[in-house]
Design a protein around this ligand. Structure first.
Ligand SMILES: *Cc1c(COP(=O)(O)O)cnc(C)c1O
Length: 459
């Protein structure tokens, strides 16, 4: 029987959820044109659309919000945050910003010139966007195991080191402006990266004189996987593992809306390069505001400084990753095809396997996400062909390599019973999977269509 790791907290504040009927949900789906981003969250029972900014803050964090110093310059929370980042990551320089992409907007132009490459294990989509805004090209060099959804590998998020070397040799080191390590590897399904791989990547970066940046959104979950899975790290604390991992890089960007368990916030860390940090501060002022608040309220800085420590607590991480593993195990036992092993923050259901009769151009991942909402008011999203915009020239629909429905787990929000509702809904859907229909798009914008497109079921 799959094991659930009990919550290392109790509940002090509750947020009531709306229970809807199937008929109501059918109506809401129609009104939303079968686009789950267009649903009011009040109509959603269990929201697994994203784990970003959707976590529950602790009583300490809320107390910190009250203590927040709203001084324009030199606020107390800023100094607390700087101390926390120095302690946890071992970096000298810290710049708060309003979220992860703001960190990218500021840091990437410091490294990338027109015509250069940014090479990563995998770029997250906003990172990819900011590389492109520098007129540079993002290049993903992940290990081949990342694309294997069935066989166990401990670190499917790793950089493919020989391929990284080969790429640098091919284009020339002067053409590679930055090497990026995304931990955990979000685009590969929240799969972790090993310490050995971070170390080896850093060696390559140093050898060629290329700066290395960590995209640190899920640094704590990654450290937990290292502790659990990598030889030599079982007895190390999460903070020790984090310090070692970050010692190999030169800078980091972080969306604090993930592992730092705040609803808004981001960070830039610079290990020791004073000149680089001066540039970062110079860009922060016009983009984000004065350096001691960086686009955040003073109270947010306090909550973030506290959240960074809560996010690296071992009991919390055991429960957190345990939740994802629990849901994954229940689904696997029921024969629901999912990406295995599960990553740190989400379950990826293989919609192509569950709905083999729906071709990619009728969006199996989206069809399953819609069906989950119809069945039980659960909101997930498509990570498959529906997410891929048509070719701008030919208008042709590209086929995604994998058709997933992603279910993210917000931090400290849902209970075991909620997860059981999710599993039960999927088991019911599996029984009538052959009846589920595909969808067609009736309207779409030019880019990033999945957020706003309108669809209808194919009869
Ligand atoms: C969420 C995320 C970002 C972007 O951060 P925002 O806070 O959403 O702007 C960047 N990289 C990774 C890996 C992320 O998960």
């Amino acid at each position: 029987m799959p094991k659930y790791i009990p919550e290392p907290f109790k509940i002090k504040v509750v947020e009531p959820l709306t229970m809807t009927t199937r008929e109501e949900r059918e109506q809401y789906l129609k009104e939303a044109n079968y686009n789950l981003f267009a649903l009011k969250s009040d109509y959603v029972y269990i929201d697994m659309l994203s784990d970003s900014g959707s976590g529950a803050m602790s009583d300490s964090q809320w107390a910190g919000m009250m203590r927040g110093d709203e001084s324009y310059a030199g606020a107390r929370g800023y100094y607390r945050l700087v101390d926390a980042v120095r302690d946890i990551f071992g970096y000298r320089y810290v710049q708060p910003v309003h979220q992860g992409r703001a960190a990218e907007k500021i840091l990437y132009p410091c490294f990338l010139k027109e015509g250069q490459f940014s090479v990563a294990n995998m770029h997250f989509d906003t990172t990819r966007g900011h590389v492109a805004l520098c007129n540079a090209t993002p290049k993903d060099i992940v290990v081949p195991e990342a694309r294997d959804t069935e066989n166990y590998a401990p670190f499917k998020g790793n950089m493919n080191i020989p391929a990284l070397r080969a790429f640098i040799e091919e284009v020339g080191p002067e053409k590679v402006g930055v090497i990026v390590m995304t931990i955990t590897n979000n685009t590969a399904g929240g799969q972790p990266v090993s310490m050995e791989n971070i170390r080896e990547t850093s060696k390559v970066a140093k050898e060629y004189g290329i700066p290395m940046v960590i995209d640190a959104a899920r640094f704590a979950e990654n450290a937990y996987f290292i502790k659990m899975r990598e030889p030599g790290y079982a007895d190390k604390s999460i903070i020790e593992i984090t310090r070692e991992a970050f010692s190999y890089a030169d800078a980091f960007t972080m969306s604090a809306k993930k592992d730092a368990i705040v609803n808004i916030g981001g960070l830039i860390g610079v290990k020791e390069d004073e000149e680089l940090f001066t540039k970062v501060q110079g860009l922060t002022v016009p983009y984000e505001g004065f350096i001691t608040y960086g686009g955040l309220a003073g109270r947010d800085l306090e909550a973030l400084a506290i959240g960074l420590y809560e996010g690296i607590e071992l009991d919390y991480l055991r429960y957190r990753i345990g939740q994802v593993e629990y849901l994954g195990d229940v689904l696997r036992e029921a024969g629901i095809p999912i990406q295995y092993p599960v990553g740190g923050h989400a379950i990826f259901i293989d919609a192509k396997k569950l709905l083999p009769h729906i071709p990619y151009y009728q969006f199996p991942g989206q069809a399953l996400a819609i069906e989950l909402y119809r069945e039980a008011g659960i909101r997930g999203c498509d990570i498959g062909s529906y997410m891929l915009d048509p070719d701008p020239v030919t208008g042709e629909q590209p086929e995604a390599e994998l058709e997933f429905t992603r279910l993210c787990l917000p931090r400290r929000v849902y209970t075991q019973a909620h997860l059981d509702v999710v599993a039960e809904a999927l088991i019911n859907i599996k029984k009538r999977a052959h009846e589920i229909k595909g969808y067609e798009i009736v309207w779409q914008p030019k880019v990033l269509r999945h957020f706003t497109a309108k669809l209808r079921p194919i009869e």
